[in-house]
Design a protein around this ligand. Structure first.
Ligand code: SAH
Ligand code: SF4
Length: 387
């Protein structure tokens, strides 16, 4: 059996299990190239691409027979060369609070998690991954203890949205009252180390004839890869979230090693330069509440000072513990008074509700759980073979 943890320097795994090319998840240009490859006359490629793209992303069809505005002989040709199959869902969990967690096998050894978080207001966000594992080693983050296996492709990012749409039964895209209204890049990995693929994936996710999610409903969260912040904003027009977690360089470098490379002064300048920044398009600063580490009133004062002049909102995230961590979540009262101080300074600072606790839906948890099981299975197997 293949597994993510057991792979050293994993090669890019082939993502095709059969000879047919997988169309679902592809952008317009790639679909056009494929249609050309199977002999669609050049003059017709554009029109056919539009049709196929619309069937895949507006109607969510799973068979070429459903493409009723395409004549049967051509549908058969498509069927022979391509597939509309989705990747395998290895695990699907639904929390009592409605949170849904998916572990998806994109290719052998390439397993990806995404989490759908419904909101009370009938909207909902899908938290997607941009990498398998992460190269960064933020000390409070479970994903940070897993090494990077590889970047996801644009197709694999789009597929996470498709899987959630399928599961929520929200085809066609144009139907009203969809619950999957927002996308946040807050799953596994650092999206700004995979900006090109994130940008390409968003072209399909935000295409009005595609998955139809508006660019203002997309949030890209970064630990602070400074040189890529402004280019990412220009390319994607997405909302920016910064994982801040500390407002002084000494502490931030301790808990987020990337701060040594890109210290706060540079990070805050990149935020000020973010395209489209305004009071109606504020930057979200995420701040994980770590007991006795970053949760004192003087930390709140430093934070307020740091944010001065930046249209900002602060999301206070109660720390999600994981096996082996030394960190503890701050007390509820401490979080409340921290929030009150930041609020009083004029910055909205909601305390994020912990969702999907019963299904381990916090950052990196399901993935790690599945790895852990595999590691223990492996140990048992090794012991057995040594006997
Ligand atoms: N790599 C990107 C996006 C993924 S992490 C980033 O760092 O921004 C998504 C968010 O979850 C980040 O704000 C991250 O700091 C936070 N996070 C990580 N581990 C956490 C934990 N154990 N408890 C609470 N939040 C955590
Ligand atoms: Fe990677 Fe983000 Fe976790 Fe840091 S917080 S280790 S950047 S996923």
């Amino acid at each position: 059996m293949s597994s993510t943890t057991l792979i050293d320097n994993a090669p890019i795994a082939p993502d095709l299990t059969d000879a047919k090319v997988h169309l679902v998840g592809m952008g317009r240009d790639d679909i056009a190239t494929e249609l050309e490859r199977i002999g669609i006359p050049p003059k017709k490629v554009r029109m056919r691409t539009k049709q196929v793209f619309h069937w895949i992303y507006n109607y969510g069809v799973t068979s070429f027979d459903q493409m009723t505005n395409i004549a049967k002989p051509l549908r058969e040709k498509l069927e022979a060369a391509f597939t509309l199959d989705r990747p395998e869902i290895v695990e699907r969990l639904i929390s009592v609070d409605g949170t849904r967690k998916y572990l998806i096998r994109m290719a052998p050894g390439i397993e990806v998690e995404s989490v759908f978080i419904p909101d009370v207001s009938k909207t909902g966000a899908l938290c997607v991954s941009s990498q398998v594992g992460c190269t960064l080693t933020c000390t409070f983050c479970h994903t940070g203890t897993q090494r990077l296996v590889r970047n996801l492709t644009a197709r694999e990012i789009v597929l996470q949205v498709i899987i959630a749409r399928d599961d929520l039964g929200e085809w066609p895209t144009t139907q009203e009252n969809r619950r999957l209204t927002n996308i946040v890049f807050m799953g596994m990995g650092e999206p700004l180390y995979n900006t090109e693929k994130v940008g390409d994936a968003l072209d399909t996710i935000c295409d009005p004839e595609g998955l139809g999610i508006g660019r203002r409903r997309i949030t890209v969260s970064t630990s602070g890869v400074v040189p890529d912040i402004v280019p990412m904003g220009a390319r994607t027009k997405a909302q920016l979230a910064i994982s801040l977690h500390a407002a002084n360089d000494e502490l931030r470098s301790q808990i987020m090693p990337i701060n040594k490379k890109y210290p706060l002064k540079e990070l805050m300048q990149a935020c000020r330069d973010y395209p489209g920044l305004s009071n109606s398009r504020r930057i979200t600063f995420e701040y994980v509440m770590l007991k006795g580490i970053n949760d004192q009133p003087w930390h709140a004062k430093q934070l307020i000072k740091l944010l001065r002049g930046i249209p900002a909102k602060v999301n206070l995230i109660p720390f999600n513990p994981w096996p082996g961590t030394d960190y503890v979540c701050s007390d509820a009262e401490t979080i409340k008074s921290f929030s009150d101080m930041v609020n009083a300074a004029g910055y909205a600072s909601p305390i994020r509700k912990t969702r999907g606790q019963d299904i381990f839906a916090a950052c990196g948890q399901l993935k790690s759980d599945s790895e852990k099981k595999r590691a223990s299975t492996l140990r048992k197997e090794t012991k057995a073979s040594q006997k």
